[in-house]
Write a new protein. Sequence first.
Length: 320
Amino acid sequence: MSAALSPAPKKRRRSKDKGPLRQWAEFALAFSAVGLVRALPYWACRALAAAAGEGIFWLAPRRRRVARLNLRIAFPGMPEAERTRVARASCRSFVLTGLEGVKLLYRFDAAKAREYTRRSVEGADALLARVRALHEEAGGCIFVAPHLGNWEFLLHAAALAGIPLVIVVRPLDNARLEKYLFGMRAGSGQEILSKRDAFFHLRTALRRGRSVGILADQHAGARGMDAPFFGRPASTTTAPASLAVHFGRPIVLAACLRREDGRGHWGLLGEPLWPGREADSLAEVARLTAALNAQMEDFIRRAPGQYLWMHDRWKLLRGR
C-alpha cells in the first residue's frame, strides 16, 4: 500500500538500472524468505521479528535518531528512557508486520479464513459487519490506514467482509520481484495497483461503486497540504479528502492492533468523515485532512509502540 499519492521529489531507480543477475538474486532471496516465514510457527515469527527489530534499531543510527525525534514531538512529556523503549518496540512491530503479512496471505487463502479471523481478531464479526455496512451505505468508501499495528490486514478484512477493494501500493525497482509480491497480495481477492497513475485508478474505482484503500500518514512532499499532526504542521496527502469531496464518499480510518499479551489482534474503525455538500471544496479538503490526522493521532496514542516512528514524517533530518 502506498504511503501517499503525491510523488516523491526524487526518482527511484527502476529495474532497468539493475542487472539481470541482481534482479534474480533479489527475487531468489525474497522467495526463500517467504517460504521460511510460511513454515515458521507464529511464536518463531515473533522471536525473529524481535531480533531483527533490535538489529534495525541499533544498526541504523539515522532511523534511530528519526524515531527519537518524532517521539519527542509527539510525546513531549515522555521520559527519554520511555521514548527509547517505544522506538525499539516500533522497530520490532515493523518487522513483525511484514512477517504477519506473509502468514496472513496463506491463512486467508484457506477455506477456514473466517474462522481463523474470529479466533485471532477480537470482535471480528462486528468489525466485518461494520465494514460491509459502511461500504453498502455509501456505495464505496475511502478506507485509510496508518502505518500502525498490522496495516496489511485491511486487505483481508475487506475480502472477508465481501466488499471489492482497490489498493494502491508503491512500485518496486525490481519488476520480477514486484510481480511476485503483488501477486501474493492479490491473493486476498482484492485489486492491487501500482502507485503509477494511482489517482486515476482510485477515481475509476469509486465511480464504479468500489471502495479504495490508502495509507496516508507519511510525508507527502511539495504536493501535500500542511495539516496538524501531533501539534506540528506536517505535509499530508490530500488524496483521501479530495476523493471524498469529489465523489461524496466518506473517509473511514481503520487499524488492526496487536494485543499486549501477544494473543491475537483487535480492530479499530474511526467515525466516518463525510464531506459537506455545500462547503467550499478547498476548505473542505483542508477540514477533512486535518480531521483524518486527528483520528490517526488518537489511534496511535492507543499503541505508540506499534507505530512506524522510523519514517521522517516532519523531515527533521533534511540537510543533515
